[in-house]
Design a protein around this ligand. Sequence first.
Ligand SMILES: C[S@@+](CC[C@H](N)C(=O)[O-])C[C@H]1O[C@@H](n2cnc3c(N)ncnc32)[C@H](O)[C@@H]1O
Length: 229
Amino acid sequence: MSLPQETIAAHHVDPAAFVVANTAVDSPPLVPEIKLRLASAMVPLWHLTEAELEATGQPPPYWAFAWAGGQAMARYLLDNPEIAAGKRVLDLGSGSGLVGIAALKCGATAVTAADTDRFAAAAAAINADLNGVTLDCTDNDLLDGPGLGWNLVVAGDVFFEQPMAGRMEAWLRHLAGAATVLIGDPGRTYLPKTGLVKRASFRVATSRELEDSDIRSTHVWQMMPNATH
Ligand SMILES: C[S@@+](CC[C@H](N)C(=O)[O-])C[C@H]1O[C@@H](n2cnc3c(N)ncnc32)[C@H](O)[C@@H]1O
């Protein structure tokens, strides 16, 4: 599949239109109760963004996939709704918004979905609407701020590249003193090596086009404060 020129143009003008034009409604295998707009022909979308849109400074469309870490994180919340119920929640690196939507379905008071990709912010808002919930979406880089106001911080699959992973760890470590910080991760290279307590494990079906295996063993970790200092 190659995307028509008008679709590429829409990417520059209107993130919501681009999301809708290049995705179809589906459910992640581990979280069938949540509907998301996901890339139905992932490779062309991925290559289009990398090859033709990188020059515009746009990152790859992480928002178009439900990553293994996000699926495990969402499953864990839905299976243990008391963790998010009544909490003010931050979904950091929200991508499609999957984890934040799960938190709202558990009864979270409010959920901020934060992703520095403005297309992710658009996708998360659309996906929340698909599931009858409302996310407070932002593309501000919260890692530059104090991070106050959340009782629960959840992050699905955010430790895949440096230097972003280093910034995430430092900020989450700081927040872990005042909030519960949970991370869903399938063994990414830059997952912190210390100061994590395993809360749950899942086997997540993935695509060979995104991952190097059909199943990723994926864990939910709780980050402990200042463990590396
Ligand atoms: C692999 S995706 C995971 C998306 C989603 N949580 C999931 O599991 O499906 C990682 C996301 O982190 C976002 N990201 C990168 N740097 C960020 C930052 N400083 N603040 C918030 N999000 C960031 C990327 O744009 C990307 O959408």
